[in-house]
Design a protein around this ligand. Structure first.
Ligand SMILES: Cc1ncc(COP(=O)(O)O)c(C=O)c1O
Length: 693
């Protein structure tokens, strides 16, 4: 153990510059501090810790006189100065002494050390009734390191005890008590009056070669109480109060920094692409002004980082939260799953329960595999289809995620995915050997699919498509089903977005066409990560002839969320609610457009509604729409995804706002001023859903 005092000193004191070098009984103030500490019987080491400012070099001369080493560190970050000094001199515990306390008492320092050593404290300091100027604090080195690593506030960096005081639950802290209240005694040096007081006391008590004690000072002050009047009016801890003001400034700055748009600027530097999901990029909505981040979401309400509250009438977590945000029934099930251990060496029974539930809802399906996200689940389905058939090629329609098998479509013809949901996806990083393995066809294009089948029929492993986004073309699904069956190709329905919208399960149940495999994600877990690949026994058994396996696919919360979501969805007839809400929204858009003379096109099944402004500058207009809806307290865009939490009152107030904003748009269009009225740059066009003409 190396018990060491670190004496902090600097010349740049604002109230009394160079105070620690002021003369006191013929010696600098700092000299007295060091001299008195030298009389401690418990200290093994004393170090002077000052700043790297050139002027502070002078302080070293005083320390040299006692053979005390000087450490040079940060001027303002005193915590770092202490940490680095104690590390360099291997001090533990560390005693903090300030150089403006020339009456520091070695006897008290020793007593404090003794008490500290008797108890397992991390931080130990004087009780608040001591005279101001005997300040002695002791910190274990490990605790000091934690503070050094974690403390953020200016007050915590400047006054090293602060971090421990405000984190008493994490540190063992204690206080040293000794005598009755002496907090009106002021023995420190901050102001000229303090200097006058100290001079008087030293004039009376100091004798060269000796160290007077706090008892001598008590006696003197009892005899000559008028001395107290010299400086007792000065407010104690004024420096500390100042640093609390610094804290306030600091926190305000942080708050300012924490607005969504400014955080996003940081995000793009540290997260390639800015976000994990393309569809949550602010550039798609209102580039510089979209709130981008949320602090809380409940029901249909989203609170941004500034505390602004919005009703979400937009993509609603990209369709993931079909019951509404933080649904209590789903969250209860998830919390229970967490409390019971979200994972273990053994499997959780919920995966079997969810598999049974999905097969019960889809009587044609016999088996189920699970994963966590949509694109991943589609990749599993494609692997199963390829393993099942021993063939490589996939005919597809629509968007199916980020994986290689899908982006491969753009290897041959870089525009192959145009006309699908997301145009212009670059296939960089996808092996060129996958060229010509993913073959697109358009929804409702009988001839297109027939051509693929004619040319590649023998090599086709699967046909994959969303059964419907909009109302399906008559007979098309039946045609695809027949084609798949007649060519021995598996038919995969991607129900990641369409599932659990118009009925409990896949939309194909209503359309009355069964696939061989169907894939679910999004709504099925009400926002918790869970995805399912369900299929006939014949198709799904192929999963055993290849390797499909991942640790987190066995985790419990996703299953628990999905079971709770599906049960509630069914019991409360959520699908009917989603249809009604979506229908009201679509007719509300129509009515507002008609009333205000705007040309819009509305599409999508009711729970996944969409409209577009039919003008050349449609992107600028939709950006303006989002901008003005935001001002009215709505996250509003050209898409609306319905949730069970959307009630009539939300729809009513939203449609009033839409009407008002459509009026503004009409006025702006008439005056040719849409672009001028934009407070942000126009949104970028990117991931859009296929809109059938
Ligand atoms: C039809 C369809 N397939 C696949 C995906 C990809 O799902 P995820 O984003 O969960 O990977 C989506 C996502 O929007 C989708 O709509």
């Amino acid at each position: 153990m190396n018990i060491g005092a670190i004496v902090q000193a600097r010349l740049s004191s604002s109230r009394l510059p160079a105070k620690v070098l002021l003369p006191l009984a013929g010696k600098p103030v700092l000299w007295h501090v060091l001299n008195r500490l030298k009389h401690s019987k418990r200290l093994h080491t004393i170090v002077l810790a000052t700043s790297t400012l050139p002027e502070d070099k002078k302080l070293k001369e005083v320390a040299d006189e006692f053979g005390i080493p000087t450490f040079f560190g940060s001027l303002d970050d005193v915590l770092s100065r202490y940490y680095h000094a104690s590390r360099q001199y291997k001090i533990d515990p560390v005693i903090r002494i300030t150089a403006d306390c020339p009456m520091i008492d070695p006897e008290i320092v020793d007593e404090v050390i003794e008490h500290f050593l008797e108890q397992p404290y991390d931080y130990y300091s004087l009780y608040g009734n001591f005279p101001d100027g005997l300040d002695t604090e002791i910190i274990k080195f490990d605790a000091l390191r934690t503070a050094f690593e974690e403390a953020k506030l200016p007050s915590e960096r400047e006054h090293i005890g602060e971090f421990f005081k405000s984190n008493r639950d994490r540190f063992r802290t204690g206080v040293f008590e000794k005598f009755s209240d002496k907090s009106n005694y002021r023995w420190t040096l901050d102001e000229p009056e303090d200097n006058e007081f100290l001079k008087k006391v030293f004039g009376e008590l100091y004798t060269e070669g000796e160290v007077f004690s706090y008892r001598d000072v008590f006696e003197l002050l009892e005899k000559r109480p008028e001395l107290l009047e010299i400086n007792s009016h000065i407010i104690r801890n004024e420096g500390y109060q100042k640093s609390l003001q610094e804290d306030k400034k600091f926190l305000t700055e942080i708050e300012k920094e924490m607005t969504g748009p400014s955080l996003y600027k940081k995000a793009v530097k540290i997260i390639p692409g800015g976000t994990q999901l393309y569809s949550k990029r602010p550039e798609l909505f209102l580039p510089e002004l979209w709130p981008t981040y949320y602090s809380k979401a409940k029901g249909v309400e989203v609170v941004d980082l500034d505390g602004n509250r919005y009703i979400d009438m937009c993509i609603f977590a990209v369709g993931a939260c079909v019951l509404g945000y933080a649904d209590e029934d789903v969250d209860r099930a998830v919390k229970q799953a967490i409390d019971n251990g979200s994972t273990s060496t053994l499997n959780c029974p919920e995966e079997v329960e969810l598999a049974q539930l999905l097969c019960h809802l889809h009587p044609w399906a016999d088996m189920v595999r699970f994963s966590r996200s949509g694109g991943e689940a589609v990749a599993i389905a494609i692997r199963i289809a390829r393993a099942h058939s021993g063939k490589d090629k996939i005919a597809f329609c629509g968007y199916h995620g980020w994986c290689d098998w899908y982006l491969a479509a753009n290897l041959g013809d870089s525009n192959a995915l145009d006309g699908q949901l997301m145009p212009g996806l670059p296939p960089s990083g996808v092996p060129r050997s996958l060229k010509d393995t993913a073959l697109p066809f358009a929804y409702g294009d009988f001839d297109g699919l027939e051509k693929i089948v004619k040319k590649h029929g023998d090599e086709l492993a699967a046909i994959i498509m969303e059964p419907a986004r909009d109302l399906p073309d008559k007979g098309f699904l039946e045609y695809v089903r027949k084609t798949a069956s007649s060519t021995g190709t598996l038919l995969i329905f991607d129900e990641i977005t369409s599932g659990f919208r118009i009925n409990t399960g896949g939309i194909h149940l209503t359309l009355d066409v069964n696939p061989d495999i169907a894939v679910f994600a999004k709504a099925m877990g009400n926002g918790y990560p869970i995805a399912a690949v369900i299929g006939t026994k014949e198709a799904m058994q192929a999963a055993q002839s290849t390797f499909i396996s991942s640790t987190n696919w066995s985790e419990r919360t996703g299953f628990a969320a999905a079971i709770a979501t599906i049960k509630k969805f069914e019991q409360e007839n959520v699908a009917e609610h989603l249809m009604k809400v979506g229908q009201r929204i679509q007719s509300g858009w129509h009515n507002a457009a008609e009333k205000n003379g705007l040309n819009i096109k509305v599409s999508g099944i009711f729970p996944l509604s969409h409209f577009s402004f039919e003008y050349d500058n449609s992107l600028a207009i939709s950006t303006f729409f989002t901008q003005e809806m935001l001002k009215k307290g709505f996250l509003g865009w050209v898409q609306f995804k319905a949730s069970y939490a959307h009630k009539d009152s939300h729809v009513n107030s939203y449609l009033i706002a839409v009407d008002e904003v459509f009026r503004l748009i009409k006025d702006a269009l008439d005056a040719n001023r849409v672009e001028k009225l934009l407070e942000s740059s126009p949104a970028q066009k990117g991931f859009y859903r296929l809109v059938k003409n």
